[in-house]
Design a protein around this ligand. Structure first.
Ligand code: NAP
Length: 518
């Protein structure tokens, strides 16, 4: 078996003019196909339906990204039948061959990187740097899971056989048809990660992307086809979550559900999946990655300039629409005033506007529902604390919300406990490091957390007491790297899975033990 070393995809340096030119070329490529119509893809066939929705640019309502045919229950059922049929052959394919499809797809991603970056900017409102990181992460997932499936083949070597008595084998086999339900906030990285993990493990899938980013999802399916993936392994069925999503979750032939999205939808999927439907002969497995209310704790005696920099980056990167975004800053009283001043100063310097312009570090939020929800939380924050930066929003041309900082909050405030999922940072002052940990742990979530401290004792305390799936010491709490920081949260942040980690693929498989008597 060939050995491959794993190296993460390098992020593009946009200080280099050459690279900025490539991005602009990417934008030109995307502009040529704006407004195209996209079919469903079931068993490799393009299917048109009666219902079409349009995808619009969240930074510019006049720009239509594409028209997408929508699946109904009928098409979801057709997709299920195709996926079941194709599972009978795909499950038996050589894992090396499946890995090679992922490696080839990674190469195609690299070739089309700037086009994909630009599409993320136009359909999801991602500034250049964020879009580039999203595509790089998708490439990393393909390269990493390709290697992981090869690694997992070695499990059999770890099983003992008894000489002259029996031969024992242990192997992982795929589960069956998976429902892959993805979010819009990492529309290519998370979708690619969830889908590629499922198929490289030998499963076939029904891919239901977020309604906000269906064109990007289509591009992924197109790339996988070009990479040689047989028909029917991925069935692309864009449609409403509450209709198509619900149908594939409840379907008796669905073997597992891989979901990333909000806590509310995650809980409902978990509950529905638990119900054994008529004709169902297994218990469905659910991998759910859900929301967060991530905090950064800032201890006494740290470099406040550095702390402010890390907080602001983590709070406002991609308009705070990362599940890992810092949405709470819990600050030691001795440095509170000085640090708040720095946070305000850095927040006010953020250039916000159409992300097609390289200089705009922050773009819009994703859609009207998000815009309304976030602006409502800003109004709540005005009553619960003090708005010290931002607080303005308008949706004249796109869904724009200024990066907002709310100070002097009680840890019981709603804006300190509920996931806002937008550019809003809630701040509170604490008496001690112990109190900070207690407050950080006081929400129902447990996704990411950051601690900035120069005390080794406090850092060690955080390692033991701060209950989050991804903890970052002396740095921002966003930016996990595939294979380096396996990602996923505790409590209401999900089912404790770790995407981009060594045990992720196993969640898509089952172990089989075979013993032959000699
Ligand atoms: P969402 O509203 O929960 O939607 C996620 C997906 O679920 C979409 O494809 C959606 O389809 C679908 N869906 C909605 N209702 C459904 C139903 N009844 N049955 C089946 N599927 C259904 O979340 P989002 O707004 O896309 O994403 C933001 C959330 O994701 C945040 O809470 C964020 O923290 C979380 N997130 C977590 C992680 C993590 O790793 N833990 C990573 C990224 C994001 P429609 O679009 O058609 O409604």
């Amino acid at each position: 078996m060939a050995i491959y070393s794993y190296k993460t995809e390098e992020l593009t340096n946009f200080k280099c003019e050459e690279n900025r030119k490539k991005y602009l070329e990417g934008i030109n490529i995307v502009k040529k196909y704006l407004g195209r119509t996209y079919p469903l893809i079931i068993d490799g066939k393009e299917i048109e339906t009666k219902k079409i929705v349009k995808s619009i640019n969240p930074a510019n309502f006049n720009e239509i990204v594409g028209y997408i045919h929508q699946a109904s229950i009928d098409e979801a059922e057709k997709a299920m039948q195709a996926a079941l049929e194709r599972f009978s052959t795909w499950r038996l394919t050589d894992p090396q061959m499946r890995a090679d499809v992922l490696f080839k797809a990674a190469s195609i991603f690299r070739r089309r990187k700037f086009e994909l970056n630009a599409l993320l900017t136009i359909e999801a409102g991602k500034p250049w740097v964020e879009a580039d990181a999203d595509v790089a992460e998708a490439i990393d997932f393909l390269e990493y899971y390709g290697r992981q499936i090869l690694e997992l083949q070695k499990i059999d070597d770890k099983i003992l056989s008894r000489d002259k008595m029996e031969r024992n084998e242990y192997r992982y086999i795929p589960l069956g048809v998976g429902a892959i339900i993805t979010p819009w906030n990492f529309p290519i990285a998370i979708l690619t990660g969830m889908s590629s993990a499922a198929i490289v493990s030998g499963n076939t899938i029904l891919l239901k992307p977020s309604s906000n980013t269906q064109v990007i999802a289509y591009k992924f399916v197109e790339i996988m086809k070009e990479a040689g993936l047989p028909d029917g392994v991925i069935n692309y069925i864009p449609g409403k979550g509450s209709e198509v999503g619900d149908y594939i979750v409840n379907h008796p032939k669905t073997r597992f559900i891989s979901f990333t999205g909000s806590k509310e939808v995650g809980i409902s999927i978990y509950e529905k999946a638990a119900k054994v439907q008529k004709g169902q002969i297994w218990l469905k497995r659910v991998i759910a990655e859900m929301g967060g209310k991530d905090a950064m704790i800032i201890d006494d005696g740290v470099d406040v300039d550095f702390a402010a920099e890390e907080i602001v980056k983590a709070a406002f990167g991609f308009s705070g629409q990362k599940c890992s975004a810092c949405s709470r800053a819990i600050i030691h009283k001795n440095i509170y005033d000085e640090l708040m001043e720095k946070i305000i100063e850095k927040t006010e310097k953020i250039d916000m506007g159409d992300p097609l312009e390289y200089n705009n570090q922050m773009g819009p939020v994703i859609d009207k529902a998000a815009f309304d929800k976030i602006s409502e939380y800003i109004n709540i924050g005005k009553k619960e604390g003090k708005i010290v930066a931002g607080g303005q929003f308008d949706d004249i041309r796109g869904y724009f919300i200024r990066p907002t900082v709310i100070a002097d909050l009680s840890f019981k405030a709603r804006v300190m406990n509920e996931e806002i999922f937008g550019p809003v940072l809630s701040c509170c002052k604490v008496e001690s490091f112990d109190e900070a940990i207690k407050i950080a742990n006081s929400t129902e979530y447990g996704l990411t957390g950051g601690v900035i401290s120069s005390s080794r004792i406090n850092l060690e305390k955080a390692k033991k007491e701060f209950h989050v799936g991804n903890m970052y010491l002396n740095r921002k709490c966003t930016g996990a790297i595939v294979g380096y920081q396996p990602f996923g949260g505790f409590n209401m942040s999900g089912t404790d899975s770790k995407a981009g980690g060594p045990d992720y693929l196993v969640l898509h498989m089952q172990g089989q033990s075979i013993s032959e008597n000699f």
